[in-house]
Design a protein around this ligand. Structure first.
Ligand SMILES: Nc1nc2c(ncn2[C@@H]2O[C@H](COP(=O)(O)OP(=O)(O)OP(=O)(O)O)[C@@H](O)[C@H]2O)c(=O)[nH]1
Ligand SMILES: [Mg+2]
Length: 447
């Protein structure tokens, strides 16, 4: 599979200052020499300036050239990078020339896949590259880089080592019962417990990580006229939704993408909830109910001048089991006391017409979801989380049958090995073609 020499543009095919064409495989340098004017002897990792030729040997551009000799390259193979001007026809001609001289177009993610297969990076790091490229915020990018640096791999590898150690202890006891002392069962139990609690920590990071990577769905909900659309506009930063003193102004829901403290957010303004005979408003209210179910967090808006009314209570009962923040708006008016939420933490007083309380609300949104930025932020993805859950279940199975297993060490060993297999899959120490296809097909071409 790795015999082919592959080529691809590493930068998008659009007019730009420069582009990068990458060639990887045994023929990389030979092909590179045919399309780039190079001296007889070249030094790896040195930049050369020269002429670039098409497949007829005509000069089509001038640019730079670097040769990375295997194994000291991204893919672990011989790798050449050519930097022509960012001209679409030039890049296309270079690719065509490479095809003619024996390279084929790389599949999406194939350079990274080769890096993985050649042991330059593990699977977690490969996934982190895709996450970094696709990051929607600085924070998501930062986390991807930590994983690329190997911080997550290190954590998983510590757990793998713990299980490997246990297996070898048990194996020694089975094979050399005369020479080796019997393992203390409490040691086995405590080691497994440690692995499990570390897995739990990683699993807890999955949901948060997803919010940071994919964004939070935030729905603004409340009865008519409390200032939902006004709040929507204040958060979006411009007059996106119609605001009026008429009840039932918003009918269809409105959606906008924005960022709150660098976290991507999909913000929804919904129709004020009330009993109505108006056909269109009714449909809007039904849609609002749907959106409540989809939201990660609800901003429940009430009007300070009317306090917490019966209608508010009815709506509150529908949303109270979801993560929510109470927004007491119009606090510039004569306020009625709101005893109901007296001891409530997630409450913010706003006066949107005076631009008050918005910053505080933004802060609350981030803290209430527990996605405050931390130094050691590390988040796992769905694939990793699924495997870790399976590893954890295996360990729980052992714990549930520990008395039997302690006396049947061969079986105990098999169980621990199974848990270890899941962790091996996380880092890609064992992997199937399907899994790899699935991961690398999500990359862009040229990476
Ligand atoms: N005094 C005061 N008035 C406000 C404040 N925020 C909004 N309003 C006014 O309240 C009225 C209703 O505002 P909207 O934002 O349209 O209310 P809504 O909740 O979206 O209403 P519906 O779409 O009908 O459900 C408008 O006249 C706003 O100017 C505030 O903080 N103080
Ligand atoms: Mg509205």
């Amino acid at each position: 599979m790795n015999k082919d020499t592959i080529v691809a543009n590493a930068t998008p095919l659009i007019p730009s200052a420069i582009s990068i064409v990458r060639i990887s495989g045994d023929k990389a340098l030979e092909i590179g020499r045919k399309i780039f004017s190079l001296p007889e002897n070249i030094t790896p990792r040195k930049v050369y300036f020269g002429k670039i030729f098409n497949n007829k040997g005509e000069i089509i551009d001038e640019g730079l050239f670097v040769y990375f000799q295997k194994p000291k390259s991204f893919t672990g193979e011989d790798l050449v990078e050519i930097y022509p001007h960012g001209s679409v026809p030039v890049v296309k001609s270079i690719l065509e020339a490479c095809f003619m001289y024996g390279a084929r177009l790389a599949r999406p993610g194939e350079f990274t896949e080769r890096a993985f297969l050649n042991g330059k990076i593990d699977l977690l790091q490969a996934e982190a590259i895709a996450d970094l490229i696709n990051a929607k915020s600085e924070r998501a990018a930062k986390i991807a880089v930590s994983i690329l640096e190997g911080k997550l791999s290190k954590q998983i590898n510590i757990l793998r080592e713990k299980l490997i150690n246990l297996i070898s202890l048990i194996e020694a006891e089975i094979n050399f019962p005369e020479d080796v002392e019997e393992i203390d069962s409490s040691l086995i139990i405590s080691q497994l417990e440690e692995v499990k609690s570390q897995i739990d920590k990683l699993l807890a990071s999955y949901k948060k990580g997803n919010l940071i990577k994919e964004g939070i769905k935030l729905a603004i909900v409340g009865r008519p006229n409390v200032g939902k659309s006004s709040l929507f506009n204040a958060l979006v930063g411009y007059e996106r939704a119609i605001v009026s003193e008429i009840q039932g102004t918003t009918r269809d829901f409105i959606e906008e993408s924005l960022k709150i403290k660098d976290i991507p957010v999909i913000l929804l303004d919904t129709a004020g909830l009330r009993d109505t005979e108006d056909k269109i408003e009714k449909i809007g209210i039904e849609k609002a109910q749907e959106k409540i179910n989809e939201a990660d967090i609800i901003l429940f808006v009430i009007d300070a001048s009317s306090g917490f009314t019966e209608e508010d209570k009815k709506i509150y009962d529908k949303i109270k089991d979801k993560p929510h923040i109470i927004v007491v708006n119009k606090s510039d008016l004569n306020n009625k006391p709101i005893d109901f939420f007296e001891k409530y933490d997630n409450i913010v007083y706003t006066s949107i017409i005076n631009n008050q309380g918005i910053k505080e609300l933004e802060e609350k949104i981030i803290t209430s979801l527990g996605i405050i930025e931390k130094e050691d932020d590390l988040f796992i993805n769905l694939r990793q989380s699924t495997l870790l859950k399976q590893a954890k279940e295996k360990i729980e199975e052992i714990e549930n049958h520990i008395n039997y297993l302690i006396n049947n060490k061969e079986i105990l060993m098999i169980y621990i090995q199974e848990a270890l297999n899941y962790l091996d899959e996380v880092v890609g120490a064992i992997s199937t073609e399907d899994v790899l296809d699935n991961i690398f097909s999500k990359f862009c071409i040229g990476k």
